[in-house]
Every structure is written in structure tokens, then in C-alpha cells.
Design a protein around this ligand. Structure first.
Ligand code: NAG
Ligand code: NAG
Length: 381
């Protein structure tokens, strides 16, 4: 019988031809332990790698994507994985140019582990699409990664450079831990609009930790979901740590979201909670604790119940999406807001903001906002 190490050698030698390799058990009647080898390590590479990986995904316990060049207008689609599959990006993964909606990458499953190998990263080549218009016009830009319907799964050490538009969409997740992810859209500083880092909805038990987002829109935006934690993460260049916008979607409930020990710098906003005007839903149990702010141009802290597509666009705040049990504590933002910006803005509907804990909040440098409304007692705005 062939030793396991031989099967692995075959798998790696054959990968040079960019064809999937599924190591089969030996031809003799295998003992039960050999049956486990049926799903083995498969390595895919080059311009046919994405299609081959997609076609063979159920046969592989480990999928190594080695310098895969995904053809334009197609998705690297691993949405039908067996439970427990390990997906590894090795070398540089690239995508061809085409105007379409994407996504460029889609992965779904249970007990899935996704990671970049040492030195591996994804180059989504966003500069080819960036035209300063984001999702509002110009070129149609593909979304980057639908991390949808992942259950008890993990994404580790994942590095993506230059997404055309939104980076990571997390939806339908139940138990997803993201550790040490970098989304680097720093090069899009002038033209890479709407490059949201993490958009999260309809998900539970999501943890994002030790990550870095350099972008030009929300660093993290939670639209709905339960038990979501973002910690030890750095946000730079974007629109800060956001709840919302909440309202007008299928799911408009946000419950138990914690932003802990994060840094927001060179951004339009630090902390922002947006409830849309005239809609219903609820935002409860949100905590921002240990947030360090610097170089904020617009709003240090902005909490609004009149969101209508733009911040403080003048509508009357409404009460259909109450913000309750909110904790904002240990916020270090001394001289953090530019002089043209506002330190703290709170515009609540009548009786729509209650049970807030607000302690050790220092946000200075910008203007005071004179028109805060329905602010819970004990909080100065
Ligand atoms: C974090 O991920 C990067 C790749 O993005 C890797 O180079 C680095 O070693 C990882 N850090 C740790 C602590 O694993
Ligand atoms: C306040 O936040 C800072 C920055 O994250 C952290 O280092 C510190 O431990 C926090 N202090 C308390 C009392 O939680």
C-alpha cells in the first residue's frame, strides 16, 4: 500500500499542470482508514484553477489555490464545500478585468477554514475600476468576497489588496471568526469609493479580531445580526465603525454588538449609528469600549435616527428604530476631530433613545453641535 507521503508528492507534482489532483485510495480493497484519504489535498493553479477548484470542491479536504488567475467576469466559487474543508490561498491570486457585479470570490460551508499561506495574498486589482464614483455611477464594479452562510468557520491571515468596491460581505453567518485579516485599499485614497471593509447582516456569533482595514467607506458596518464583536482592529481612511444603516431591509434588528479596543484614524467618522428615517426595527445592546480616535474629519461620534442616505441631511428624527442599552465608554479622542468637523452629534426621535451608559468619553478638536435632540439625560452633546 502507498504511504501517505507518496500521495502528497503526487498531488504537488501534478499541480504544476494546473489540473486538480484528487488522491485516490489504493486499488486494493482499502482498510477503513484509507477511505478517509479519499478526500485529500488538491492543488489548483493558473487560469483554469478557479474552474477546476469549483468543479472538484466536494472531493477535496484541503484546497490549495496556488497563484490562481481567475478569468474576467467569473467567480472563484467555492460555495458547495463539504463540511470541514480547508481552503488555502498560496502565492498571488488575481482576477481579470470586466465590468460586472461580481462577486469575485464566494465561499460557503460548515466548519470551513480559509487562510492565506505565508506570503500569499489576493490582488483584486481595484485600480482598474476605480473612477471616483463607487456604486453611484461610472464603471460597474464587482464586489469582492461573499463570505455567506458560513457556519462555525474561520478566516485567518487573509490579505486582500485593492478591491474594486465593497470588500467582505458577511451574511447568513452563524459562528464565524476572522483573525488577522488585512483589507488594504490605501491606494484608492482619491478614487476608490465605497470600498467598505466588512458589511455584516443577518448573522450571529461573528468575531473580527486583530485586523486592519485601509479603505474609503465604512470600516465595519453592521446592518442586522446578533452577537457580533470587533476587537483589536485598526481602521484607516474610511468612514469608521458603524451600526447601520438600519431600516428598510429584510432584517432590521441589531442586538449585542461590541466594538472593543479598536483604533480609527484618518477617517470621516469615528463611531456612527444610523437608523433610517421613517422605518421600523431596533438597535439594542451596542457597546463601543476602548476606542481611540485620531484625524477625524467629519464626526467623532454620530448617532442619528433621521438617516436618509446622507448624514444629518436635515430630516426630522423618527422613533421607529429605538436605540436602547447603548454603552459608549473609554473613548480617547482628545483633539481627534478636525476643526471643521463635529465632536459629538446625537439626533434622536422622541423617547427613542434610552438606557444609555456614557462614561470616560473624550472627543475634542472639532465644533460642538448645537442641535442635538432627545438626548438621554446625563449625556452632553
Ligand atoms: C497576519 O497575516 C499576515 C498576512 O496577511 C502574515 O504575514 C502575518 O504573519 C500574520 N500574523 C500572525 C500573527 O499570524
Ligand atoms: C481604555 O481603552 C484603551 C485603548 O483601547 C485600553 O488600552 C485601556 O485598557 C482601556 N481602559 C479601561 C479602563 O478599560
Amino acid at each position: 500500500m502507498l504511504p501517505q507521503s507518496f500521495l502528497l508528492v503526487v498531488a504537488f507534482a501534478a499541480s504544476a499542470q494546473a489540473s486538480p489532483v484528487v488522491a485516490a485510495g489504493p486499488a486494493i480493497t482499502p482498510p477503513p482508514s484509507a477511505l478517509l484519504a479519499k478526500r485529500s489535498t488538491c492543488t489548483f493553479s493558473g487560469s483554469k484553477g478557479a474552474a477546476s477548484a469549483s468543479a472538484s470542491q466536494k472531493d477535496c479536504a484541503t484546497i490549495v489555490l496556488s497563484s490562481v488567475a481567475v478569468p474576467s467576469g467569473t467567480t472563484l466559487d467555492l460555495s458547495d464545500l463539504e463540511d470541514g474543508t480547508h481552503v488555502i490561498f498560496e502565492g498571488v491570486t488575481t482576477f481579470g478585468y470586466e465590468e460586472w457585479d461580481g462577486p469575485l470570490l464566494q465561499i460557503e460551508g460548515t466548519d470551513i477554514t480559509i487562510e492565506c499561506a505565508n506570503g500569499g495574498y489576493i490582488d483584486a486589482k481595484g485600480a482598474l475600476w476605480w473612477d471616483g464614483e463607487g456604486g453611484s455611477g461610472g464603471k460597474t464594479k464587482p464586489k469582492f468576497f461573499y463570505a455567506h452562510d458560513l457556519t462555525n468557520s474561520a478566516i485567518n491571515n487573509f490579505y486582500v489588496l485593492n478591491t474594486p468596491i465593497q470588500a467582505i460581505s458577511i451574511s447568513g453567518a452563524s459562528g464565524l471568526t476572522i483573525t488577522n485579516m488585512t483589507i488594504n485599499n490605501e491606494a484608492g485614497n482619491s478614487l476608490g469609493k465605497n470600498t467598505d471593509g466588512f458589511d455584516i447582516g443577518e448573522s450571529s456569533n461573528v468575531i473580527i479580531t486583530d485586523s486592519n482595514v485601509y479603505n474609503q467607506d465604512d470600516c465595519v458596518a453592521v446592518n442586522s445580526g446578533t452577537s457580533i464583536t470587533v476587537e483589536n482592529t485598526v481602521c484607516s481612511g474610511g468612514h469608521g465603525l458603524s451600526i447601520g444603516s438600519v431600516g428598510g431591509r429584510d432584517d432590521n434588528t441589531v442586538e449585542t454588538v461590541k466594538f472593543l479596543n479598536n483604533e480609527v484614524k484618518n477617517s470621516v467618522n469615528g463611531i456612527r449609528i444610523k437608523a433610517t428615517e421613517g422605518d421600523t426595527g431596533s438597535i439594542t445592546g451596542v457597546t463601543y469600549s476602548g476606542i481611540t480616535l485620531s484625524d477625524i474629519s467629519g464626526y467623532g461620534i454620530l448617532i442619528e435616527q433621521n438617516y436618509d442616505g446622507g448624514d444629518l441631511d436635515g430630516g426630522t428624527p423618527t422613533s421607529g428604530i429605538p436605540i436602547t442599552d447603548l454603552t459608549i465608554e473609554n473613548i480617547s479622542g482628545s483633539d481627534a476631530v478636525e476643526s471643521s468637523g463635529y465632536n459629538i452629534v446625537i439626533v434622536c426621535g422622541s423617547d427613542a433613545c434610552s438606557d444609555w451608559t456614557w462614561s470616560d468619553v473624550t472627543v475634542t478638536g472639532g465644533k460642538s453641535y448645537g442641535s442635538c435632540t432627545n438626548v438621554p439625560s446625563g449625556i452632553s452633546c
